[in-house]
Design a protein around this ligand. Sequence first.
Ligand SMILES: Cc1ncc(COP(=O)(O)O)c(C=O)c1O
Length: 406
Amino acid sequence: MPLPEDGGGIGAVVADLAEVVIPNGSRVGEPGWSSFITTGPTTCAMAAWLAAAAAAGSQRYAVHAFNTLERVALDWVAQLCGIPAACQGVFSSGGSTANLVALGAARQWAFERRGLDVSADGLPPGTRARVYASGQAHNTIQRATAVLGLGQAGTRRIACDARQRIDVAALRAAITADERDGVVPVAVVGTAGTTDTGAIDPLGDLAQVAREHGAWFHVDGAYGLIAAASPALRPAFAAVAGADSVIVDPHKWLATGAGCAATYVRDAGIPYWDMGVELSAPSRGVLAWAVLRELGRAGVAARVERHIGLARHLAQRARQHPRLELLLEPELSIVCFRYAASDAVNAEILLRLRRATRSIPSSTVTAGHLAIRPCFINPRTRLADVDALVDHVTAIGDEPTGVQPG
Ligand SMILES: Cc1ncc(COP(=O)(O)O)c(C=O)c1O
């Protein structure tokens, strides 16, 4: 499109949005969409976005309703997730920034204990320091260590067990060996719901290992930690109460629409202007506040339990179907399964799902196979959508594809 010399006016903009842009926008909000860990906003969240666009401004310092909701929402999300009141929170654009902010705090703490103020003076030349996370941890952990001057190699990846949870013995051995080499153990990262499979690391054990080695304990709960709203699921996240930092993304399971994550750090003394990396920023508290005002804790718990129920239903269908294979028992709302054929056949099934059906899952590799990997967090997804996905996979898999079965 050429840059218009003369403006078309608001009428032209609204017409383009309604007739061209929105109809060709992302399908992320549709009930059949189960890719990645993302979904469109609910109606309530869209109302909050509109309200913020109209009246929130971009400054976090003034005293007005939206900035008050920033604090209210941080407090509500903390209560929902079992994050202790001793922590201070800040919103940012997503889990990537939220992890960066948390690990920035970890780096500052680790060196302050050694008499160095790295935020003032930078890292001393030749410093070797590491963050420990499982091979399944999100890649934003190693991006954070790169940004923080520790290098991508500053994230040491630890092997996982068969359930894709961090191997605690391997973690202990790695930190001990690094300490012998003079490496500073900055932080141990536990993932409360991994991106690929939804595995929850043994957080209590990780807290213990971090304590033993004088390291910071960070929990990446970007996706899974909202599940702590459910009394039935909360015990798996109990160790969050002892974490030094925690992140959670309201834009995932709370469906606020993209751009809303929270970092909490156990240090109530940090001045507000030192929290986070942004100055001008959109109002995010109002989004999380609106969803929690609409649903309450019980409503969030019901959503999470319903989605996990959908994952278990799919797992059961895969277990029972003669030509489907469940690759991993679902822990949260992600399922890894496949049509019992080669990876090439499953890749073809995924392609044809995207092209020809409303079922849009992602893929990953698990248990040595290409997995079809839906994640159910969309509030609009119903049992019929899950059944449609299974039916589409079997129907496409049963057709001759021209790809070698095996
Ligand atoms: C566990 C985990 N951490 C961090 C992230 C990054 O979050 P965002 O996409 O909001 O930046 C994701 C994204 O899926 C995630 O699953």
